[in-house]
Design a protein around this ligand. Structure first.
Ligand code: C2E
Ligand code: CA
Ligand code: CA
Length: 481
């Protein structure tokens, strides 16, 4: 056992040593505590992987070694996609177990000598030493994406998570640890902005696009105040239904004074990360209510509008506009508004989320499940939540003409929805034959470039005036936007 030894000499009268006395104390416990503290300081308690501190240390050492041996080194930055949604909907315990299992999967994808660390949350890093060729890194990144995407079952819940990976090299991209980490992190965000489930190598172009995105973020807040955000309307066309009402989805655009029209996919992900999405959603919503009122007053009729509400902080009311109160204040019929939310918002465990949805429903606001088929697709909540519409995600429509599976899926969704008294909207309809198939299957609503792109208010009014909404046989609409 480890011992602490103290020795003292025993002298006689003439100061000669006669004996030595050794006192041993067992310090096993102290040693154990010490190593625990050390572990705690260097390893993540949840996954047992090195933490940020040890990772930084190892990265610095790895850089020195690579410099000495004249070798390359590869750093990967991994972040699970939409992990926050999983945590919010399925609970923290579930989230923890997911992270533990993902940590194991990541470990299995690399060699024993490579460092896998968890920096916190759902962020992981990997140091691959002596990786000489990029194709090797590509191979590993692909393997990681593939492994992580395999379905995972925890507490009888099966789901699939995806990951975004940023990749950078020493000494090609940077020579110090801090810059390498920053590069990898930025590349990871670029992969996320590509829609996730992707990896991206660091490039110098990425640097300039990063600068422009920081620029976007800095300007976005002021843009709302300056009235640079504009709401466009994309028509929803009723087929297979008696309804001939005028219906559209409100989609936000940023009319930038220098950069021109910026698409929401370019600024909403950042807005979400910065906690500004609520402000944007509230702005769009209030704009839509005023517009509906204005159309009524000007005699264009009752226009039904679908508004998107981000799942991020879905139910958090602090500092937010009270949508129901606003509808009332504007004096419009609540049933003219449809709330489009994703499955993850619908499934939120928090009582507030459920409560908010209930309140909206009771007031007659319609609920549509957006991007249906891409999330958990747990059907039990549909019955429970009593929604009005399912919007089948564009990815199922895209290959409809060639992919038998997609057709079967849409048929199944439509059949099930009919059974539950829910109407189906197909989005992303681009061709005539897609329209024909969807009509045949029995989807009630169609939306897509085949009919019209999202239109400015003036263009949308022109669209209404052409009488397209009232016409039973629909021709392809052309427009220049
Ligand atoms: P989304 O809710 O799924 O909206 C549909 C998107 O598909 C729109 O993109 C629309 O322009 C596009 N689209 C419509 N028809 C077609 C088609 O036939 N082919 C193709 N390829 N695309 C089609 P957009 O306007 O760029 O919006 C992207 C996403 O941004 C929306 O996806 C929505 O998630 C989000 N978004 C837009 N406005 C808002 C908003 O006010 N609040 C929130 N929270 N999200 C918004
Ligand atoms: Ca939508
Ligand atoms: Ca959608």
């Amino acid at each position: 056992f480890p011992a602490f030894v103290s020795m003292s000499a025993v002298y006689d009268d003439e100061r000669r040593i006669t004996n030595m006395v050794a006192v041993f104390s067992d310090i096993t416990e102290i040693k154990e505590a010490q190593s625990k503290i050390e572990r705690h300081a260097n390893y993540d308690t949840l996954t047992d992987l090195p933490n940020r501190r040890l990772f930084t240390d190892r990265l610095q050492q790895a850089i020195l070694r690579s410099a000495r041996n004249n070798e390359k080194l590869c750093l990967m930055f991994l972040d699970l996609d939409r992990f926050k949604d999983v945590n919010d909907t399925l609970g923290h315990e579930f989230g923890d177990e997911l992270l533990r299992q993902m940590a194991l999967r990541i470990r299995h994808c690399v060699r024993e000598v490579d460092t896998v660390a968890r920096l916190g949350g759902d962020e992981f890093t990997i140091i691959l030493s002596a990786v000489e060729i990029k194709s090797h890194a590509v191979h590993i990144a692909q393997k990681l994406i593939h492994e992580i995407e395999q379905p995972i079952t925890i507490k009888e819940q099966t789901l699939r998570v995806t990951t975004s990976i940023g990749v950078t090299f020493y000494p090609d991209d940077a020579i110090d640890a801090g810059m390498l980490i920053q590069n990898a992190d930025r590349s990871m965000y670029a992969a996320k902005d590509m829609g996730g489930s992707a990896f991206k190598f660091y490039t110098s172009e990425l640097e300039s696009s990063w600068r422009s995105r920081t620029f976007i973020i800095n300007e976005l807040e002021a843009a709302i105040e300056k009235g640079e955000l504009e709401v466009f309307y994309q028509p929803l066309i009723a087929v297979n239904t008696e309804d001939t009402c005028i219906s559209a989805e409100a989609l936000v655009r940023w009319q930038h004074p220098v950069r021109g029209l910026i698409s929401p996919t370019e600024f909403l992900p950042q807005a979400e990360r910065m906690g500004m999405i609520e402000k944007i959603d509230d702005f769009v919503f209030s704009q839509v209510c005023r517009q509906i009122k204005d159309w009524q007053l000007r005699g264009l009729g009752d226009v039904h509008v679908s508004v998107n509400r981000s799942a991020h902080n879905f139910a958090n009311q602090r500092g937010r506009l009270d949508w129901l109160a606003f509808i009332e204040q504007q004096g419009i019929d609540a049933s003219l508004i449809t709330l489009e939310i994703t499955e993850s918002a619908l499934m939120q465990r928090h009582a507030e989320g459920r409560h908010l949805l209930k309140r909206l429903r009771q007031a007659d606001v319609q609920i549509a499940v957006d991007d249906f088929g891409t999330g958990y697709s747990s059907l039990s909540y549909l019955k429970e939540m009593d929604v009005d519409y399912l919007k089948i995600d564009r990815s199922f429509i895209r290959d409809l003409e060639i992919d038998e599976n997609d057709r079967a899926i849409i048929e199944a969704i439509t059949g099930m929805a009919r059974h539950l008294g829910i109407e189906v909207i197909a989005e992303g309809v681009e061709t005539e034959s897609q329209r024909d198939i969807l009509q045949q299957i029995g989807c009630q609503w169609l939306q897509g470039y085949f009919f019209s792109k999202p239109l400015s208010v003036a263009d949308f009014e022109r669209f209404i005036e052409q009488g397209v909404f009232a016409r039973p046989e629909l021709e392809k609409r052309s427009d220049s936007r």
